[in-house]
Write a protein that binds this ligand. Sequence first.
Ligand code: HEC
Ligand code: HEC
Ligand code: HEC
Ligand code: HEC
Length: 299
Amino acid sequence: MERAVLRKLTSLCIISGLVCLILLGITAIRDGKREWKDYQQEYRRLLLGKISRDINPVLYERVSGMKPEIKQIVVNEFGAVDRCPTCHLGIEDTLFTTAKQPHTTHPDPELLAKHPVEKFGCTICHGGQGAATTYDGASHQTIAHWPDPMVEKRFMQSRCGYCHKDYEAIGADDLALGQKLFEDLYCAGCHKVDAGDGSMAPELSAFADKDTGHFDFTHIDGDRSRQNWALEHFLSPSRVTPGSVMRSYAMNGHQVEALTTYVLSLTERVFVRSYYPKEDLVVAKKDIIIQEREKDFSP
Ligand code: HEC
Ligand code: HEC
Ligand code: HEC
Ligand code: HEC
């Protein structure tokens, strides 16, 4: 009797052990197939094609021996871990200007030099999910309601406005145009931005921080993202928000994009001082807002 139980237990142990082994094997195979490893292999092959074994044998050997590894930038100030360079390995390497993505050199190396990758990472300008190691996970394309999909190219300057206030000085012309439209079209008549005086409509000071879950996408045709909601809402506020008192303005496509870029730059995120340009008066926006409010109460 006892022996029978023992035998049963033994076979149970063997079976579960085998199942574990099989699962481990599957994981190992899947691990080996991770897309980032393929990109790294491709990168190594491309790099080996660019360096000469005869001229620089040491480098050649080193590159040949490259093992796949996750490349990440930890930016404690933003609480960000950006693994984008795991696939975008050539981003700072001028040998890769004509390579295909994800290996291409950054299109604006000067901009990158002014914002060193090890200090700024990538997502502070691009958005996306920094910790991801897959193309989809990094959110290159919008996934419906995803909190922080990558910033579309046409709205890239919105991020410059997180830190820079002198848009013209940095050549952020879309942002400058968006701000000018905001003034010319008297948007502040209804909307508060920082210490503005409108009150008929939602405050926009933290529009860029607004959770995607709080937008109504019922009447949105395109991507279910904050950026697209803002764009489509400008084209027709009363279509996106039935009954809205906000009207649509006569703007051309570029102007609508510029205005969208501008509202997407409105954040209340505050960085440590060293992340604000020195020449900008605005050191930390919150301080300024507090100072403004104190002024309001002083005689
Ligand atoms: C798993 C590998 C992988 C990771 C991780 C990754 N990318 Fe990419 N990325 C790619 C590939 C592949 C392309 C080219 C896609 C194409 O051309 O169809 C690309 C293209 C891009 C582009 C060009 C625009 C586009 O969508 O085609 C940008 C910008 C970009 N990546 C930024 C980032 C940022 C920022 C991160 C980190 C948040 C990141 N990538 C992480 C693989 C990756
Ligand atoms: C200071 C802000 C900033 C930082 C930091 C930054 N980028 Fe960019 N990036 C830009 C801007 C602006 C563009 C668009 C340039 C243009 O118009 O061609 C761009 C373009 C790109 C493109 C090409 C997009 C396309 O559609 O062809 C890729 C890929 C890219 N960046 C990847 C990265 C990665 C990876 C990092 C981090 C290692 C990074 N960037 C860091 C601002 C930044
Ligand atoms: C996280 C904050 C941050 C973001 C986002 C950011 N910058 Fe900067 N930028 C800085 C800091 C800090 C400096 C250094 C300036 C200094 O040392 O005074 C700088 C410097 C620059 C400079 C050089 C200015 C000079 O006087 O040398 C340019 C141009 C510039 N940024 C353009 C941009 C553009 C364009 C974008 C958007 C694509 C952008 N920046 C996004 C913080 C930021
Ligand atoms: C007559 C008052 C009025 C004017 C002027 C006005 N808006 Fe609005 N706006 C509203 C109201 C009310 C809403 C909320 C209903 C809706 O979603 O349309 C709104 C919503 C918005 C939203 C979405 C805010 C959120 O958190 O959901 C943005 C962004 C916006 N307006 C920007 C602008 C800009 C930019 C202008 C100038 C071109 C402007 N508005 C002019 C009344 C106004």
